[in-house]
Structures are given as structure tokens and as C-alpha cells.
Design a protein around this ligand. Structure first.
Ligand code: ADP
Length: 295
């Protein structure tokens, strides 16, 4: 089974002709409310592919929390680990202009209350998990406790987003650490060389057992002690890249849990990421296994 430990947000999106300046009010489109947050996105992506998936997350006792619970259950995610209360559900307030540029304000809300004690109370989810996947939209101390709670033989996958420098204990547990260029830069402090191979080598030196660098339309790179492998992107007509990284990470975590070699799992994940960019939105763009096979 896959256990995702992470965030659940409501994305509140308004289209505008022009994003407002300080002190300014602009009128926008009707409000669109979408289930989001990297944790919930990963859980939905994995479940839609057919993975047995649970999510450990915290939402508020409010309508946004219920929306998230409904969308996760509809995708087939085990929601026994969704905790309620402590703060309103996390929200992302998003304005998008006609060129596609956006301005976003995130209120972490209940995500910031997902605590180490919540992780310790979720022992049965950890015991059932072959793979545990986390991101950084929850407190870092909760991610540290997640690493400490891994069952013997289970694997830890981290996408450090939004990125920040990571403690050695977390880095050492990652197999793999999954980063895009921006995340690599922040985790490393600086990018020493021009090539993703350079970043992967530097990242491996920080202690993770393996590293995956995602490169958007250029695919991905898999690196471990045995060497590095380029994973080509699948050529598709990109419509909206939102959620591609979450879909890629979820698929990779699941396939690694099935025992596939990293390069094989990453090639599958690249097809899932490619499928996700062919449709608008995040969770609604995630493919089923049949749709991945058809690509
Ligand atoms: P993030 O959203 O975290 O920056 P990426 O944009 O690198 O992540 O996307 C994750 C993966 O999804 C990529 O490694 C690639 O395999 C796939 N992908 C993303 N964008 C495209 C695209 N335009 N065409 C084909 N595959 C893509």
C-alpha cells in the first residue's frame, strides 16, 4: 500500500482581466473551487492509477474539508487518516489573468496543525505501507516524525515542495528525493553545474539513497550509487502543467513499491506526468491506468 503524508487544500480560482495592484479592487469570473494540495493530489493520482492508497492529512471542520473528503473517497483513497479540526481547511486563493499568469495566497490552515503526535497515532497506516510519500506543505517536524515512523522495509519518497534546506536525517531516508530544478537549487543552496547530472551528483552527496530530477517537457533523470539514467519525456500537446509533478511522484512511489527498478518506474511515471499535462486542472487531469496504457 501507498501512504501519502501531506497537505489538503481547497483551491479557490478567479479569472481576472488584470491582477489587482495594492489598494485596488477588480471584478473577476465566477469562483471555481477545486480540491488540491500536494498531499491530496498525490493520493488521488495514485488511487486513480489503481494503487491502494491512504492519506494522512488534516482539514478543518468546514465545507472545504468535506469537499476534500468527498473527492478523495470518489477517487478510492482510504480516508481513515484524514483528521479534522484545529484550524480551517488550508486554502489557496488564486487569481489568473488571460495570459495564464497567476497570483496565489496560501493559508496553510489545518495543514500547519498536522503534528508529530498525529503521525505517531497513525501506526496502523505506517505498518500497512510499503511506500510512504511526503511533501513540505506540512510542518517539517511532522516530516521528521514520518521518517522516524517508517515500518521496517518500507520506503520513503520525498518531493521537497515548497523547497527548503533539509535536515540530514530526512535526506538520508529519501529513496528517492524527487526535485525539479527550482527545488534542487534550494535544497543544495546553489547549483554548482549546468547539467541535471551535476545537480543529481551533488544531491546524492547530501545522503539520499537515490535522486530523481524532473525536467518538465525534457523528461527526468534517475540517479543512485549505480549511476544515472535519462528518462525521455513522452511527447504530448501540453494544455496545463498543474499537478504534473504530483502525478509523476505518486506514480513513481507506487511503481517502486511494486518492486520495479527505478528507471522502469520513472518511465511509467513520465507517462503519467505527460497524461496529466494534456488536460486542464490538477486532480481532474490525472489519468487512469487505461489512459496511461493508451498514451
Ligand atoms: P513540477 O510540476 O514538479 O515542476 P515537472 O514539470 O518536471 O514537475 O513534471 C513532472 C514530470 O511530468 C516530468 O518529469 C515529465 O516526465 C512530465 N511532464 C511534465 N511536463 C511535460 C510536458 N510538457 N510534456 C511531457 N511530459 C511532461
Amino acid at each position: 500500500d501507498l501512504l501519502v503524508v501531506g497537505s489538503a487544500n481547497a483551491d479557490l480560482v478567479i479569472g481576472v482581466d488584470r491582477r489587482p495592484a495594492a489598494g485596488e479592487t477588480v471584478l473577476g469570473s465566477d469562483l471555481a473551487t477545486h480540491p488540491g494540495g500536494k498531499g491530496a493530489n498525490q493520493a488521488v493520482a495514485a488511487a486513480r492509477l489503481g494503487a491502494r492508497t491512504a492519506l494522512l492529512a488534516r482539514v478543518g471542520d468546514d465545507a472545504h474539508g468535506r469537499l476534500l473528503g468527498d473527492s478523495l473517497r470518489a477517487a478510492g483513497v482510504d480516508t481513515a487518516g484524514i483528521l479534522t479540526g484545529g484550524a480551517p481547511t488550508g486554502v489557496a486563493l488564486i487569481t489568473v489573468d488571460p495570459s495564464g499568469d497567476n497570483s496565489i495566497v496560501v493559508s496553510p490552515g489545518a495543514n500547519s496543525r498536522l503534528s508529530p503526535a498525529d503521525v505517531r497515532a497513525a501506526g496502523s497506516l505506517f505498518r500497512a505501507a510499503r511506500v510512504v510519500s511526503a511533501q513540505l506543505e506540512i510542518p517539517l517536524e511532522t516530516v521528521v516524525e514520518t521518517v522516524r515512523s517508517l515500518a521496517p522495509g518500507s520506503r520513503f519518497v520525498l518531493n521537497p515542495s515548497p523547497p527548503r534546506p533539509l535536515p540530514a536525517e530526512v535526506l538520508a531516508a529519501c529513496d528517492p528525493l524527487i526535485v525539479n530544478e527550482h527545488e534542487a537549487r534550494v535544497v543544495l543552496g546553489d547549483l554548482a553545474g549546468p547539467e541535471p547530472e551535476d545537480w543529481a551528483r551533488e544531491l546524492l552527496a547530501l545522503g539520499p539513497r537515490s535522486v530523481v530530477v524532473t525536467l518538465g517537457a525534457r523528461g527526468a533523470l534517475v540517479a543512485d550509487a549505480d549511476g544515472t539514467a535519462r528518462i525521455p519525456a513522452v511527447r504530448v500537446a501540453a494544455v496545463d502543467t498543474t499537478g504534473a509533478g504530483d502525478a509523476f511522484t505518486a506514480a513513481l512511489a507506487w511503481r517502486l513499491g511494486l518492486g520495479e527498478p527505478p528507471a522502469v518506474a520513472a518511465a511509467y511515471a513520465a507517462r503519467v506526468g505527460a497524461a496529466a499535462v494534456t488536460k486542464e486542472g490538477a486532480q481532474v487531469s490525472f489519468p487512469t491506468a487505461e489512459e496511461v496504457d493508451a498514451l
